[in-house]
Design a protein around this ligand. Structure first.
Ligand code: MGP
Length: 213
């Protein structure tokens, strides 16, 4: 059978020629897969002797799939964090706080978990939330996404996706519906969207929902 394999010289009189395999030059082998956005992961540790802002620390930034997984595999899962701790993943340039220019008119889709869900759902939900963000899973509405937060709390953990403008109803609804689907939240269980303005100025224990899905 005809073969395109390079042939070795068999005549002993002939100098033997070493033919090495052609070098693989495909860039696929070493180019990391870029994400659409660069992201920053933040960690909040509740140290009562410091202000809220001082307790917020930038861990790392990444903009490739490979660097995301390297970071994800390196850090503790949310269920292993102490009470009062948070992780925040935000687009590079947006600080994970209400006061940032790109958050101040915005709000969040908030999922409040029952206590037993720390064991059953929290880590899975957080990973799915991260993948929704870095994978830009909400079509054009992904533009409106600022970041996501997980709060580990004794009263029940919380997950949220923050968006930039609480008046952008269409984008907010797309994000809420798709987020709920991705987390496999039962249709009957409602999740609410609240403006940061209402959250930061709330007097009681609950903030009114601007939207629900
Ligand atoms: P939290 O950590 O979002 O929720 O806010 P937690 O601990 O469940 O408390 P609850 O009030 O929702 O029941 C706790 C507190 O952290 C807030 O009351 C603020 O004092 C402070 N804080 C939280 N955030 C997100 C911000 C922020 O963006 N900016 C500032 N300045 N303070 C914040």
């Amino acid at each position: 059978m005809a073969t395109s394999e390079p042939q070795r010289a068999t005549d002993p009189e002939e100098p033997s020629v070493e033919i090495s395999a052609p070098e693989v030059t495909s860039t696929e082998q070493y180019v990391k897969h870029p994400l659409q956005n660069r992201w920053a992961l933040w960690y909040f540790k509740n140290d009562k002797s410091k202000s809220w802002t001082e307790n917020l620390r930038l861990i790392a930034k990444f903009d490739t799939v490979e660097d995301f997984w390297a970071l994800y595999n390196h850090i503790q899962q949310p269920s292993k964090l102490g009470f009062g701790c948070d992780y925040c993943l935000f687009k590079d340039g947006i600080k994970p706080m209400w006061e940032d220019d790109r958050n101040k008119l915005g709000g969040r889709w908030l999922m409040t978990l029952g206590k037993q869900q720390r064991h059953n759902d929290l880590d899975r939900y957080w990973m799915e939330t991260l993948l929704c963000l870095i994978g830009e899973s909400f079509d054009e509405a992904s533009e409106d996404v600022c970041g996501a937060v997980v709060n580990v709390r004794p009263k029940g953990d919380k997950l949220a996706i923050w968006t930039g403008n609480c008046q952008n109803r269409e984008a907010i609804m797309t994000i809420g519906q798709q987020y709920k689907e991705r987390l496999n939240v039962p249709i009957k269980a409602l999740i609410g969207y609240q403006s940061h303005d209402d959250t930061s100025s709330k007097s009681g224990s609950t903030t009114k929902n601007m939207y629900t899905v």
